[in-house]
Design a protein around this ligand. Structure first.
Ligand SMILES: [Mg+2]
Length: 306
C-alpha cells in the first residue's frame, strides 16, 4: 500500500507512552498514523488534513476529549472517533458516546482490542458510505437531469403502483398529459440553452400548481405528465386548469432577467377506471385528449371522451 491510500488515523493523547504504544502498533499494521498531545493541536491538524479515524484520550489538560469530540462534530467533520477512557470511568465512555464518539477503548488497553475496534469502525464507516451512495444513485436514476422532476422510467413505475392500488381499493385516479405549445420556435429563436432554462421554469410552475399527493414527471422533450392519485376527473380538471392558467400568466425570463416570452400549455386528461382499464389505455387516452386540444387551438384543457 502506498502512503496516499493508507487508512489514516489521528491519535490524540497527552501521555507520550499511550500515543507511542497505539501509534507504533497501528503503523506496524500499515495504517497511516499521525499523533498529537492536545485537543487544540488536533483541531489544527484537522483543518489541514482529513482522517479515516480519530482516536482520542478523554483526560487531557486545556481541552478534554469530550470538548474535542463536540467541537469536531460541531465543525461537521464526520470522521468516526474512538474515545480512550480510564478503567472504572464507564460514565465517561457513556458521555463520549453521547457527544458523538463511535466507540471507546478502556485504559490500560489490550493492544489487540484496539485493532479490533479500528477494524469494526472502518467496516461501519464503509457500510454507511455504501448505504448513502446507493440512496444517491437511486435518487439520481428516478429523476430527470434537467428539471429534477420524476423521469419517464420512475413515472411508469409509480403509475403502475397507483393503478394497482386504485384497482385493489376501488378508487379513481386521473392522469394529465401536458405539452408546451409551439416550443420548437423557442429553441429556434433563442437557442437550446435558453430552451432548457424555459423547460426548468415551466416544470417548476407545473409542480407549484399541483398538490402534495400528485406526481409530476417529465415525459420527454417538452412533454410532462401528472399522476393524480385518489382523484376523480372533475377534480383533476380543476388542477389542470390552474396549471394552464399559471403558465399563461407567467412571464419567463433568462438568467440575466431578460423577459423572453409567454408560453401556453395544452393539457389532456383521462382517468382510471371510469374511462379505461389499463395503464397503456390511460396514457393513450390522456394523450389523445391532448392532441384534440392541440388541434382545437391549444392553451386549453381537454377531457378524454369516447
Ligand atoms: Mg490523558
Amino acid at each position: 500500500m502506498t502512503a496516499q491510500n493508507k487508512v489514516k488515523i489521528l491519535i490524540v493523547d497527552d501521555e507520550a507512552e499511550a500515543r507511542e504504544t497505539i501509534g507504533d502498533f497501528l503503523a506496524e499494521a500499515d495504517f497511516g498514523v499521525e499523533t498529537t498531545d492536545s485537543g487544540l493541536k488536533a483541531l489544527d491538524i484537522l483543518k489541514k488534513s482529513s482522517f479515516d479515524i480519530i482516536i482520542s484520550d478523554l483526560f487531557m489538560p486545556e481541552m478534554n476529549g469530550i470538548a474535542l469530540i463536540k467541537e469536531i462534530k460541531k465543525q461537521g467533520i464526520d470522521t468516526p472517533i474512538i474515545a480512550i477512557t480510564g478503567i472504572g470511568t464507564i460514565e465517561n465512555a457513556v458521555e463520549s458516546m453521547k457527544a458523538g464518539a463511535s466507540d471507546f477503548i478502556t485504559k490500560p488497553f489490550n493492544i489487540s482490542q484496539i485493532s479490533l475496534i479500528v477494524e469494526k469502525t472502518l467496516e461501519t464507516k464503509k457500510l454507511k458510505q455504501l448505504a448513502s451512495e446507493s440512496e444517491f444513485y437511486k435518487k439520481l436514476s428516478n429523476s430527470d437531469d434537467l428539471t429534477g422532476l420524476a423521469n419517464y422510467r420512475y413515472f411508469k413505475e409509480i403509475l403502475q403502483q397507483e393503478i394497482d392500488r386504485a384497482e385493489r381499493y376501488n378508487r379513481t385516479l386521473s392522469l394529465m398529459m401536458l405539452d408546451i405549445d409551439n416550443f420548437k420556435s423557442c429553441n429556434d429563436t433563442f437557442g437550446h440553452p435558453v430552451g432548457d432554462l424555459m423547460l426548468k421554469q415551466i416544470a417548476s410552475q407545473i409542480k407549484k400548481n399541483t398538490r402534495g399527493i400528485d406526481i409530476v414527471a417529465r415525459y420527454g422533450g417538452e412533454e410532462f405528465t401528472v399522476i393524480l392519485p385518489e382523484t376523480p376527473v372533475e377534480e383533476a380538471l380543476v388542477v389542470a386548469e390552474r396549471i394552464r392558467d399559471s403558465i399563461d400568466k407567467f412571464v419567463f425570463e433568462t438568467e440575466d432577467g431578460e423577459k423572453i416570452t409567454h408560453f401556453t400549455i395544452t393539457i389532456g386528461l383521462s382517468s382510471f377506471p371510469d374511462k379505461v382499464k389499463s395503464l397503456k389505455e390511460l396514457i393513450e387516452t390522456a394523450d389523445s385528449a391532448l392532441y384534440k386540444g392541440k388541434n382545437s387551438g391549444k392553451n386549453c384543457v381537454v377531457l378524454y371522451s369516447d
